[in-house]
Design a protein. Sequence first.
Length: 360
Amino acid sequence: MSESQDAVPRRTFLKAAFGIGTSILVGGLELRFAPVIEAAVASPTIANCDTWGAAPSTEPITVLSTKPNKILVHHMANANTTDYSLTHAYQMARNCQQSHFNRGWIDTGQQFTISRGGYVMEGRHRSLEVLRGGTQHVRGAHCDGQNDVAIGIENEGTYTSAQPPAALYNQLVALCAYICQQYNIPSREIYGHRDFNATQCPGDQLYALLPKLRSDVAARIGDGGGNPIVWPIVQRGQSGERVKTVQYLLRARGNTLTPDGVFGTGTETAVKSFQTSQSITADGVVGAATWEVLILTVRRGDINEAVKAVQSQLVSKGYSVTVDGNFGAGTETAVKSFQTSRGLTTDGVVGKNTWNALVS
Ligand SMILES: [Zn+2]
């Protein structure tokens, strides 16, 4: 059965408030009004753990004092049921929690779950209250290397060949928009599980919908959209500046390998060891999951091996800087010039976006 996505109307609130703002005289009667356009995104209805009958977590939930920086979309790889009822949704959430207990996890792995009928539920305990607060993050168990920074949404069903039902998709848009608003996450920071781990999740069909999802969320929160960050794959057998960057960054973590720009067994071993230390699958391949924890934000005044990586990249792009690991005025000027050339915020600080542009 072919199921299409309904167009989502842009949700903008137009309020006419009396008593503030402009006043005009109409036939001697003074009218005061102020049209206020708010970008506020309302939360979809989200059933908390008590409502759907969750069992208690087996250990206390970890709540981090940092905000998440992205959303990861999953499919549950379970049946594409045609039971769209609330009763079914709650049973499915309980089944999911039980299967995650069976994996040895302390609770449901993801922060939120959406049923095929379009019911949105809290996954891991405390996820909803923490989302409402907008300043903290519940550590999940849904994606290696990303659990401290990503909110996971599990979508009931299997979307390798089937399309998600409109009811589910519409609630996914609503939930993502609300999460983005609560944490000020850009709409382009919505990814599929496969962008970070070796998995088919969330299935080819749901994965193919992510550009539409980002643009539908962008329309709701009004952040202008944009493309997601894509990291290059760096692995054994390659050579060049990108490899050198990986080597400098590994050195910044205490490794002593030679930054020769050649990805041999020594570099592979160092990558695997770093991946293990970060609880990422130790495959020796530097992809998105590894890049995101390997990069270090550097700025003027910093002196380290990560600065050398930046300087070496800048030299390879024609900038005249010395590769000495000392982030001084000359390096800052070159970084700003590079940022301007790539349409990035020209702040001279090498963070995620600038690192990505340097190695892409
Ligand atoms: Zn997944």
